[in-house]
Every structure is written in C-alpha cells, then in structure tokens.
Design a protein around this ligand. Structure first.
Ligand code: SF4
Ligand code: MSK
Length: 633
C-alpha cells in the first residue's frame, strides 16, 4: 500500500498547505497525492532499465546482469544520463534559438511590440565577438548578433563562439579534452546517436560527450537566451516584487503565466497595462488585471518588471485551486498535464501558446512574434471574458505573500560592488580572501513532490547563511527563498553569520541574491569567471570556494546544468534521488557514479554527487569551500 503523507509533510509553505487542505476537501488530486500513489520504479530510478530497443526493455537488478545485447549496467546508466542531459540541453537551447529568431525579427522591424531596450548590453555582447558597433544603428548590430547566434545552433564544425567567455585556462581544458562544442544541435543529435543500440559502449566515453553536450547548453543555448532576453527586455536590476499565492487578488482578473520564455510573458505584461484592456476588465466587473507568474516565467518578469510570482513549480496546481484564476497561460517546460483536468473543477481557462506545446483539452492561442501584442491582447480578453464565470463560493486565496528584491544580474552585482566607474568583483573577492565571506553557494533548481516542497532548499540556504556563505539563486529555488522572506535586505539578515552580515550591510544587499530563471544559471558562471579575472582566487573556476546545489531537482534541464557546471570546474550536489545509484546499492562499485565524481574531477576539477541528506549536503559544501580556501592560502 502506498504511504499517504500528512499535509504538512507535503510542503513547508503555509500557503501551499492551505491549498492542499482545500484540495482534500474537494477530493481533488495534486502532484503531491499522485507522488504518494505512484511508487517510483526502483530499477528505472536507479538508471538500470534500458528501453533503447525492441529487444528490451531490459531491467538489470544485480551485479553482472547484462541486457539482451550484452549492455552492462554501467553502459546503460551512462546512456540514460547522457540522454537526459541531451534533452535538458535541447530544451534550454531551443528556448535560446527562439530568442535568437526574435532578436532577428526585432532587428528587421518585423516583431510587433518588441524593441531593443538595453543598448549597453547589446554593445557589450557584440563586443565579445568583434561585431562592429561604432557608427551603426542598434538594429544593424542586433541583426549581426542574431545571425551569429542563430548560426551557433546549426554549425557543423569548429567551435561555438560564446564559449570564449569562459576563463582562458578553462578553454584550454575543453580543447585538450576535445569537448568544445562544435554546434548546439550537432552535440544533441550526436548524444542521441551515441546512445542508440549498438553505438558507444564505453561509459567514460559516453559521459565525455554528455559534457560536450552540456557545454553547448551552458555556453550556447542558455547563454544566448539570457543575453537576448536582457537586450530585448532589459538587464535586471533590483526592483521590488512579491511572492506566494497571496499575490492573486479577489477583485481582479487574475492571469497566471507559467513556463519559461519571456517573449510571450513580456508582451502580456505590456498588454495588461494598455488602458483599453484595463477598461475592458473594469467593464467586466473587475478592478483591473492582476498578472502573476509561476516557475521560471515568473522569474523572468519578476526580475525585470517586478510582476509578482504566485509560486514555484509545485504551486502551479495550487494557484488554480484558489478558484480565482481566470486563465493560466503557458508556453514551454515544467507544465503539468494535470492542469487541464484540475481546471475543469473551476472556471480557469488553460491557454497553451507555443507551437511546440499543446495539451488536450486546453485552449490553444498560438503565439507569433510578428503579431505578439495583438495576440497578447486577445489572450487577455479571453481571460477577462471568463471573469463572470468565477464562482465566489469556491474562491479561497491564502493571504500569504512576502516582499522581495530580485534583479541581481551579474552586471548589477558588478556595478553594485565597484560603482559605475570602477565596476568590479574586487570587493567580493576581498571579502572572501579576508574570510568575512567564507564562500559562495548557488542553490538552484526545481521542487519535487517526492520531498517536502521547499524544505530542502530552505534548510540548506538557512544553514549556509549562518556559516557566512553568500547564497545566489535561480529558478524555483529562488522562489522558495523569496517566499521565506530571505530576499529582502535587512529582513533576511537576522540569522546570517557576522561576516556575511557586515558585507551585506555595507554593500546594501540581501544575503540571498535572486539571479533569474533556470537559463540564467549562465549568469552564475559569468560571475565566477569575473571573480577569477579580478584575481586573488586562482586562475580558473575550479579554484573558487564555491558550490552549486539543486536540493529538490526533478527536470532533465537540471542535469544539463549540473554537467555544464562540472565542465566549468564546479562542485555540484544534487538532493533527492540519484539516477545512477544502481550498482552503488548492489555492491558499492558503480562505475558511473564514481566517474561523475572522481573521473570528472580529474579531467575538469568539478564533480557531481547525489546526496539526499541535507545535513550531509551542508557538511560537504562547507568542507569543499574550506578545502578551496586552504588551497588558495
Ligand atoms: Fe536491452 Fe540492449 Fe536493447 Fe537496451 S539496447 S533494451 S540493453 S537489448
Ligand atoms: S521552472 S526546470 S521546475 S527550476 Fe525553470 Fe523550476 Fe526546475 Fe522547471
């Protein structure tokens, strides 16, 4: 019999708990209850099931087992992990590709409602690639940059160019290991080819290509996505925002945007401020329009526009359970199919917008950048028309929300530390060298209903702050700290170590910096690179006292991020379950598990470990930071 957990075991967030009680009252299932009912397959979960061909699926359960083709557990685990990394890289990179096409259309004057908002960022990015800027119109520069970025996806030979932004020593390692990506699409395709039946069957060789594929994400698709989002919508800088379900308002037309790409959500923000649309909402009996976000779309518009975040990944169903959401507008990634069935209990319209994503039973209004503003207004009108269908007897909005200050792009951190004339990471490096800041932890990634929502994120963040570790966050992890009030200047400083508190007070920052969405993890790489370039912390990222953690990971994109951080020299700790734990359980000799730590560390200075216990995650983080500090002297 599957074990049913108590509501308070599902989530540490009181707003979520209220909604989960409501779901129980209504007899409605959620990801939390489905996770109880769906016992995970322990063979597949450990990476020991192969369904790569019609002779299988082959389920390997003990040491020495092989599949029908003779594939070993190690080969199967390496193939499964590499496929997941390829899928994650593909998701980020396809997002980046769409942004590149949007930049091209904007440069050509063909993208309705879009413009180049951040000329400084355009100039800076163009400068990395020697694109001529002086004496040219922004559109001409943007056109050249768009062409260059579009070409990175389909390039067949040579080296993708954004990787030149890594530290010099890192670039040398990538060349020596032959993992500098040739083209984003080529690496993803080759990952699928190599893991087909009868291809690459040396686990270490397969995993080295996983690294190359992941770099094509971190220094390809994701970096391109972040650059272009900043150019078109503005590089984030601190702005006041709010987070949690209490941002949904009873007297407003509530529209929740969910997914990842800012192209659509930014246009919905613009359309929601149109007086004609506001008047339309008022004519429908509402006081106006309340836009809010879920997941990384939330982060994109929170960071730039201060639009409130209704919550992280596991809040998507809970937002609908408030009964006050007229429309949930989704694009790509992390969207649960369960939303449509759940919404049928209320009046909420689920509107899909991406040509790549349809959900049976949802309304599809396809987004097209050439008519973006018109389509955004059409979507808002559908939501407004739905306001009259809201049943006020079914409305329960938890009155719980927290203020936060997001918007810590690497450009802003640089400026904040050094001032506009001497922008630099020097003060951060100095604080680390003097020991007031012990190190840096990037705590990122998803929620996972198999653990208690936000619990692992919050335990790890709070303890590391006490230990003077500066925390930077992206994705759903960032929203969990935001909901806890850790991202608001002094409010977040009460339980922070003395050294870190002194720095935060001097510089005027919260102890937890919100750096954006999951594609924005490349901002963290950029910070680490600039710290290296400013001197005093070694000559490559693997020497910086820093650790990356994803305590509640669930998506393949998280695995891609982990692999490109390892490739960049970072130590990465994942909580929850390990997709390669198989042989470890059988006889403590999993070749793959050990290769991800010792093997990758030998080649790249970074490693990936799966550590479910938060106390152990914290211990290993501090141990690593202290080891790196000692090595730097
Ligand atoms: Fe089984 Fe080999 Fe086919 Fe995988 S590739 S399903 S191990 S026969
Ligand atoms: S949305 S990938 S649950 S961070 Fe980026 Fe959150 Fe993870 Fe999706």
């Amino acid at each position: 019999m599957p074990k049913k957990r108590e509501i308070k075991e599902y989530s540490t967030d009181p707003a979520a708990q209220q909604m989960l009680i409501r779901a129980e009252e209504l007899g409605i299932g959620t990801a939390f209850t489905r996770a109880d009912n769906m016992v995970a397959c322990n063979i597949g979960g450990a990476g020991m099931c192969c369904k790569q061909c019609g002779m299988g699926p082959c389920r390997l359960t003990k040491s020495g087992d092989v599949g029908v083709c003779g594939a070993t557990i190690d080969t199967i685990q390496a193939r499964n992990l590499t496929r997941a990394i390829a899928a994650g890289s593909a998701a980020h990179s396809d997002h980046g590709r769409d942004m590149a096409f949007l930049l091209k259309a904007t440069a050509m004057g063909e993208a309705q409602g879009y413009s180049i908002r951040d000329l400084a960022k355009l100039r800076m990015v163009a400068g990395y690639y020697n694109i001529k800027v002086d004496g040219r119109k922004p559109e001409e520069v943007a056109n050249d940059l768009a062409d260059l970025y579009i070409s990175q996806f389909g390039q067949q030979r040579g080296e993708i160019v954004p990787a030149i932004r890594a530290p010099k020593k890192r670039q040398q390692i990538w060349r020596e290991q032959n993992v500098w990506p040739r083209g984003v699409d080529r690496e993803v395709v080759e990952a699928l080819h190599r893991t087909h039946i009868g291809d690459d069957q040396d686990p270490a060789h397969i995993l080295n290509h996983a690294i190359r594929t992941a770099i094509s994400d971190g220094c390809g698709g994701s970096m391109i996505a972040t650059d272009i989002s900043d150019i078109l919508f503005g590089t984030p800088a601190p702005i006041l925002g709010q987070a949690n379900l209490g941002v949904i308002k009873e007297d407003m037309v509530n529209i929740v945007v969910h997914g990842h790409e800012p192209s659509m959500s930014e246009m919905l923000v613009a359309a929601s401020q149109d007086p004609e649309i506001i008047a339309y909402a008022k004519a429908a009996g509402a006081n106006g329009i309340q836009l809010s976000g879920i997941c990384c779309t939330a982060n994109e518009i929170l960071m730039r526009q201060g639009i409130p975040a209704a919550g992280n990944f596991l809040h998507q169903e809970l937002a609908i359970l408030t009964g006050a959401v007229e429309a949930m507008v989704v694009d790509v990634q992390c969207i649960m199919q369960a939303l449509v069935g759940l919404a049928q209990n209320f009046h909420t319209a689920i509107i899909t917008t991406s040509p790549k994503v349809k959900i049976k039973g949802a309304t599809h209004i396809e987004f097209d950048e050439h008519h973006a503003l018109t389509i955004a207004k059409q979507i808002l009108r559908v939501a407004i028309d739905n306001f009259k269908n809201r049943d006020n007897n079914k409305t329960r909005i938890p009155q719980i929300k927290e203020d936060l200050i997001p918007g810590f792009s690497h450009e802003y951190i640089n400026y904040m530390l050094g001032g506009s004339y001497r922008a630099s990471f020097r003060p951060l490096n100095d604080a680390i060298m003097t020991g007031r800041i012990r190190g840096v932890a990037a705590i990122v990634g998803c929620n996972n209903p198999r653990s208690s929502q936000d619990y692992l994120h919050n335990v790890v963040v709070k303890e590391l702050l006490k230990q003077d570790v500066l925390v930077v966050q992206t994705g759903c992890g960032a929203i969990s700290s935001a909901k806890l009030g850790l991202m608001l200047g002094e409010a977040g400083l009460s339980e922070v170590g003395n050294g870190l508190r002194e720095i935060c007070e001097t510089v005027g920052i919260p102890p937890v910096l919100h750096m954006g969405s999951c594609v924005d993890n490349t901002r963290i790489l950029t910070v680490l690179t600039q710290m290296v370039e400013d001197g005093g912390l070694g000559d490559d990222i693997d020497q910086v006292p820093a650790v990356g953690l994803a305590p509640e990971w669930m998506s393949e994109k998280a695995l891609a991020i982990a692999a490109y951080v390892v490739a960049s020299g970072g130590y990465v700790i994942f909580g929850g379950s390990s997709p390669v734990s198989g042989m470890e359980r059988v006889n403590d000799s999993s070749e793959v598990l050990h290769y991800l730590s010792e093997g990758w560390e030998k080649l790249y200075g970074g490693k990936l470990e799966f550590i479910p216990d938060p106390a152990e995650m914290i211990r290993k983080t501090l141990e690593h930071i202290d080891k790196k500090r000692a090595a730097l002297g």
